[in-house]
Design a protein around this ligand. Structure first.
Ligand code: OGA
Ligand code: NI
Length: 361
């Protein structure tokens, strides 16, 4: 098997273990110029206030609306996901990454599927490699599962992922219904668009790095789909979001999920909600693990501004983005994504490239 011969190493985890110096293809001297600021922190939503008609429901809904508008990121507490499901998922993911490389490689990429265990992407020329490995699986829709990529060890992994995935779908649906209300849509509108859509679970493994300030675990990017629900597996921090030109670290609250608005929701909301650029940094001594769950609209959905969306002034606004069928959007988006970092090496939010140019004209 070709364990990534072009890279010389199949996994950053192995590399981190065996090498003293960090290879040049990971080193990003420009990180020195970045400003990291702890002056602000992402909003925290209490979901128990959003269910069951409490007095403070309206206030919490307003808070959620503001979080989606002004931040594109928030943490959610009292989300109703059973603690044991989360703990089990974290434990099984940790155990999976502890397996010998050879065993993990059983879940490596096949030619016709992007689900896989892998080192971070093989990078195009001029771009740096991320200091991370991952396992990427599509647990939903259920009838589209390919168990070929579902680890058999630890033995509980499959059942754990099954439960975790179901819980994430429920949480996603609940959040979408609150957002639809806030956006003045029919309560079921967003849910309907996402129902039966593909869910991706990406478990990220960031090895410790001797030069933590010179590498990134995850390059700046914005998430492509609807909502991302992220949980950090151990106590090691690393996620940062871009805000007013600075990087703001997220300090995860125990048992909370970190939620962010993906590009497709930015487009559906006609830009009322923002998909925010984020990245992950690494730790000098400790490994870091996270589990990100992405939710895509179903394949019948059209990705475009929803007609009932109103702007901040309560008035309907002209569409700021093109509309196109989901599959066409994905094709276009992935084509752009390849391009996005090439020019000047600067990342861009491709959702912005979908904007109609009438605004600027
Ligand atoms: C992602 C992501 C951040 C993290 O997987 O899309 O942004 O903290 N992960 O691992
Ligand atoms: Ni992300």
């Amino acid at each position: 098997m070709d364990l990534g011969a072009s890279l010389g190493v199949p996994s950053v985890q192995e590399l981190a273990r065996s090498l003293k110096d960090v290879p040049d293809r990971f080193i990003r001297p420009e990180l020195e110029l970045d400003i990291v600021s702890k002056d602000e922190s992402v909003p925290v939503m209490d979901m128990s206030k959003l269910v069951g008609g409490r007095d403070d429901e309206e206030d919490e809904l307003a808070k959620l609306h503001a979080a989606c508008r002004d931040w594109g990121f928030f943490q959610v507490i009292n989300h109703g996901v059973a603690e044991e499901v989360i703990l089990k998922m974290k434990a099984d993911v940790q155990e999976f990454f502890r397996l010998p490389l050879q065993e993990k490689m059983e879940y490596a990429r096949l030619p016709d599927d992007i689900q896989r265990y892998s080192a971070s992407h093989v990078v195009p020329r001029g771009r740096k490699q991320d200091w991370s490995d991952f396992l990427y699986i599509f647990p939903q829709p259920r009838d589209g599962r390919n168990l070929r990529f579902w680890p058999r060890v630890p033995i509980s992994f499959r059942e754990t992922l099954n439960q975790y995935s179901t819980e994430m779908e429920k949480l996603n649906t609940a959040l979408l219904s609150f957002m639809a209300r806030n956006l003045g849509l029919e309560p079921e509108k967003l849910q309907t668009l996402f129902e039966g859509g593909r869910q991706g679970v990406r478990t990220n493994y960031y090895p410790p790095c001797k030069q933590p300030n010179k590498v990134l675990g995850s390059s700046p990017h914005s998430d492509l789909a609807g909502l991302t629900l992220l949980t950090q597996v151990n106590e090691v921090q690393g996620l940062q979001i871009k805000r007013n030109g600075k990087w703001i670290p997220i300090d995860p609250i125990q048992d909370a999920f970190i939620v962010n608005v993906g590009e497709m929701i930015e487009i559906m909301s006609n830009g009322e909600y923002k998909s925010i650029e984020h990245r992950a940094v690494v730790n000098p001594e400790k490994e870091r693990l996270s589990i990100a769950t992405f939710h895509n609209p179903n394949s019948n959905a059209v990705i475009g501004p929803l007609p009932d969306i109103r702007g901040k002034d309560g008035k309907k606004q002209a569409p700021k983005y093109k509309s196109m069928p989901y599959l066409e959007y994905m094709t276009e988006r992935l084509r752009q994504k390849k391009k996005v970092y090439d020019e000047e090496g600067k990342p861009e939010n491709p959702a912005h490239q979908m904007k109609l140019h009438t605004e600027a004209a």
